[in-house]
Design a protein around this ligand. Sequence first.
Ligand SMILES: Nc1ncnc2c1ncn2[C@@H]1O[C@H](COP(=O)(O)OP(=O)(O)OP(=O)(O)O)[C@@H](O)[C@H]1O
Length: 309
Amino acid sequence: MAVLVADEVSRQYGDTVALDDVSLSVESGEIFALVGPNGAGKTTLVRALTGTTEVTGSVELFGEPPQSVEGERIGLLPQNFDPPERLTAREILDYYSGLYEDPEPTDDLLEAVGMDDDAETYYENLSGGQKRRTCVASALVNDPDMLVLDEPTTGIDPAGRRQLWQLLEGLAAEGTTIFITTHYMEEAEELSDRVGLLADGAIVALDSPETLIESYGGDSLLYVGGELEESVAELFDYEGSLGNGQLTLRNVPPNEIGSVVTTLEASEMTVDSLTWTDPDLEDVYLELTEQSVTQRTADGRIAVAGGEE
Ligand SMILES: Nc1ncnc2c1ncn2[C@@H]1O[C@H](COP(=O)(O)OP(=O)(O)OP(=O)(O)O)[C@@H](O)[C@H]1O
């Protein structure tokens, strides 16, 4: 059942088209991630979906305009959310809990976002990541049916980010519908059921991470270093080339890597190194947003095109 339906939603600020006929729907209990470059329109879409900005087209949340939905049912974390600086993390959550009839216990929320040890610290003295954790918790005080989080994990360290993913996955498993925006492709890939890619105000791709990677991620690459003959690529049926003393083969299935080595050794070549890379959501993102200014190298470093490694 679709909980959230946007149909041909557009929004313009003066001459700037922030949203251009965006249509999407989010199912009950689904985790939907919206990704896209800076200025693509993500925050504007979050605002449109939660009824905090005027748009053309239609948005329905739980079958009604978002402005009409009972506040108890929605948890919203805006991108720029600044609680009072001179309240502690605990006091902030107590404050927001006071707005609802049956709030979640503050101690449970603090623990869920990993803030139990810093609960008595003033917001102004928290680190960036601790502030963001507190803000995420404040969107959960009413145990909402629909959670909309605009860049929830920005500034949070990798372990904390994973802790929040688990928390969100747990909520979704219990039926909470979750819509997040993120600049972390790993987050979108690991966490979400479906990903929408927004560019210049329009949805340019929308599907499960796996399907997007299959459709747009490009080839897996096997890099082989060693003492290799000029004609080495001809030994294989895979598309391949030799450059800088390294053989690159495209789309070698992982279970065939051994036979590549065997073939090379049978031809009396030695293999010193093997690296296999699989496309991921970041490749999809770069492909579809044409931001291919960087490219992966065999050892996983990022090389800047036209620049120094
Ligand atoms: N209140 C506003 N007044 C004028 N223009 C705005 C306003 N809000 C957003 N815009 C413009 O609309 C476009 C989309 O902005 P938006 O904040 O939705 O992008 P975003 O994808 O959330 O970006 P980011 O990843 O940087 O947060 C941008 O060109 C932005 O300059």
